[in-house]
Design a protein around this ligand. Structure first.
Ligand code: AMP
Length: 249
């Protein structure tokens, strides 16, 4: 069984992003970029399934600018066998990515597609669900455990107040939650090995997909800054302020 793992290049989670002066978006010039953390978990899970003998091949896919090659090399250093870059400078919204992935699902015929539950830049949480709809495949989102046997995946999901276990017939779409696994550290020998693994580049036109944005961002703004606090001399003043100023007592 082949597993397809879409990986997104996003602003590193340690970076504090700044809103552009014209409010049109966030400034990503000269900012550290990394693989979306949920996608690292997805690659790790796919590689573990291969190590268990459940999967035979792990294919990483990234859609975006040429630098996404670095993200794909990281996926191959974790253990993916090969990679596909769908190269475009266009702004890609979740629907466009889902259409590109649908075209690759048709071409590659994977038994499982494991995506992150959301990309930490736009927090859309849409691509996996849209892909499942477009490809007409069953989906199990927010997975905290995945077991594959007899043409089915048993997926434990994190839901409000507990866990739910689903059985989906393969091929299927799974999206990862934080507790699914802890991705391994990428070692230098594996980084070196990854440089030699195959990386194919295609364009959206080659896949027959129109990636034109369907949504327009009207404005991006920083959250309002918090007001500075004050020190109160004693408990009586605190209680007075909570009662009469904050009106929470
Ligand atoms: P989102 O719906 O944007 O929150 O993203 C959910 C998941 O879809 C991510 O964790 C990735 O697995 C996948 N994804 C989104 N955008 C891309 C992209 N440009 N290239 C590859 N995978 C992507």
């Amino acid at each position: 069984m082949k597993i397809l793992v879409p990986v997104k290049r996003v602003v590193d989670y340690n970076v504090k992003v700044r809103v552009k002066a014209d409010g049109s978006g966030v400034d990503i010039a000269n900012v550290k970029m990394s693989m979306n953390p949920f996608d690292e978990i997805a690659v790790e899970e796919a590689v573990r399934l291969k190590e268990k003998g459940v999967a035979t091949e792990v294919v990483a896919v990234s859609c975006g600018v040429a630098q996404c090659q670095e993200t794909l090399r990281t996926a191959m250093a974790i253990g993916a066998d090969r990679a596909i870059l769908v190269e475009t400078d266009a702004e890609l919204q979740p629907l466009a990515v889902a259409k590109l992935l649908k075209a690759l699902v048709d071409k590659e015929q994977p038994g499982l597609v494991i995506l992150g539950k959301q990309a930490i830049d736009d927090d859309a949480n849409q691509t996996g669900q849209m892909l499942a709809a477009l490809a007409d495949l069953p989906q199990a989102t927010f997975a905290s455990k995945v077991e594959v046997a007899d043409g089915k995946a048993q997926v434990t999901r994190e839901i409000d107040g507990g866990l739910e276990t689903l059985s989906v017939t393969l091929p299927a779409i799974v999206t990862t939650d934080l507790r699914l696994n802890e991705p391994r550290y990428v070692t230098l020998p594996n980084i070196m090995k990854a440089k030699k693994k195959p990386l194919e580049t295609v364009k959206p036109e080659d896949l027959g997909v129109d990636v034109a944005p369907r949504l327009k961002t009207l404005k991006v703004a920083e959250p309002a800054g918090r007001k500075a606090g004050i020190k109160v001399p004693d408990v009586a003043t605190l209680v007075d302020k909570l009662k009469n100023e904050a009106k929470v007592l």
